[in-house]
Design a protein. Sequence first.
Length: 239
Amino acid sequence: MTTRTLSRISIATLAVAAFALAGCSDSTKDSVDDAASAVTSAAAEAGDDAKDAAKDAGDKVKEGAEDAKDAAKDAGDKVKEGAEDARDAAEGTLTAETVHLHDGFVKAMPAGAGMTAIFGMLENHTDHEINLTGFTTSLGKSDYEIHEVVDGKMQEKKGGITIKAGGKHVLEPGADHLMILNYDGAVEAGSTVDVTLEFSDGSKVVVKDVPVRAIAAGEEEYGSDSAHGDHDMHHDNDK
Ligand SMILES: [Cu+2]
């Protein structure tokens, strides 16, 4: 309610009082009625003013709500951008350019054998440590585990394989290898398999066309260092 409205009511009220004080018996009732109607109309105007004020306030609230909505939308956009950045980070930075599987191969396996493995030399061409935490292959439905051999028995290698900046890691029979388990079909020599290496930073590096080959029984023993001595010269699987 505005000051203007209050003063209108005050004037009307004073008028009522003035007529009452006049005390003229004939005219007093009419005067009081007039004054009363003045008070009523003043009150009605006050009501209108209040309504206008309420409407103004409503508009302000509506504007405020729109501002808040815009702010919320901006904030939402920021959150979305943040989430996208986080996802980019989660997708990692490793690529087929920076991580290599040199001389990689999948050991051939007849149908029904159920398990085989992937060997080769992993190389980290980045300036930071990387951690291979898993892998899949184009063979599809199967179990994939990173294995190590401890006391002649293979087991899942907890924490995967960590390779220092610029470092290498041998995958070979009798040592660490990428194990394919519970695979129904045959993995035939002469075919190829795409291997997707998964790293702790979320990177997925696809090594295309890793050859499948049979290896002689003798090669399944722990390989000598010389067997991998020339890996630096080979870049068969660099794509
Ligand atoms: Cu194994």
